[in-house]
Design a protein around this ligand. Structure first.
Ligand code: FPP
Length: 225
């Protein structure tokens, strides 16, 4: 049976769900937040150690301002409402991505939340915010060359946001779209990928458990036979 440590998720389909059920993309994001909470709870139950959620990509800035603002308000409220639960349930929060362009108040809140939860060890939730894999890799190469080090696997991994985090065992993408959208391209070299037809707000604990069960039964070869 495969040991499961790290699940990464591309939470796609909020916009379509919102239009279909509420005539508003933003309300789809709001509904998506309920699924985030469910999947965090379920990850703890399943003894997953790392859960990486793609919440905002470097490409998402192309969206209408109204939607971007809505997403950032949702993030702000999520932190306010959940930080005590994280502390109580020993969940560590880590941000991956470039939060430099964020408003100071939000930046501070995110940093403080990381600080408050940094000793927690039940589950680590990595929230990918203004994250893009190509940007991450370019920065890693730049740092290596600035420090006059060799370009090799060890040095590249040391300079990724995910240094000290094992690679994902599973990557899930909901929303019936089969692409990777610049997410963890280096780290998923050997991950098992599950494309899920359901839109993110419809994805539930049962769907998640089915995927985890399938993974546990998969034979992983890593290039061997
Ligand atoms: C992709 O769906 C989803 C996003 C770009 C945002 C993900 C955000 C959430 C799940 C809620 C906020 C989460 C946190 C942790 C604060 P889409 O909008 O691309 O959907 P579509 O493909 O149907 O248009």
């Amino acid at each position: 049976m495969n040991h499961l440590k790290h699940v990464a998720i591309i939470m796609d389909g909020n916009g379509r769900w919102g239009i279909k059920h509420k005539k508003s993309r933003n309300l789809g994001h709001k509904a998506g937040l309920n699924t985030v909470e469910k999947i965090i709870r379920s990850s703890v139950k399943n003894k997953v150690k790392y859960l990486t959620l793609y919440a905002f990509s470097t490409e998402n800035w192309k969206r209408p301002t109204n939607e971007i603002n809505f997403l950032f308000n949702l993030l702000n409220d999520f932190i306010d409402q959940k930080i005590n639960d994280f502390i109580k349930n020993k969940i560590k929060l880590k941000i991956i991505g470039n939060i430099n362009p964020f408003k100071n108040k939000l930046k501070k809140k995110l940093k403080k939340s990381e600080q408050l939860t940094k000793k927690n060890n039940k589950l680590q939730v990595n929230l990918a915010l203004n994250y893009g894999s190509k940007f991450e890799l370019i920065n890693a190469f730049k740092k290596i060359s600035k420090n006059k080090k060799n370009i090799n696997v060890k040095n590249i991994e040391k300079n990724l946001y995910t240094s000290s985090i094992p690679d994902p065992d599973i990557l899930i993408r909901t929303g019936n779209t089969n692409r990777l959208s610049n997410f963890l391209l280096w780290q998923i070299a050997y991950s098992e990928i599950f494309f899920e037809k359901k839109l993110w707000p419809d994805f539930n604990e049962n769907d998640y458990n089915i995927i985890l069960k399938k993974f546990r039964k998969t034979k992983r070869n890593y290039g061997n036979i």
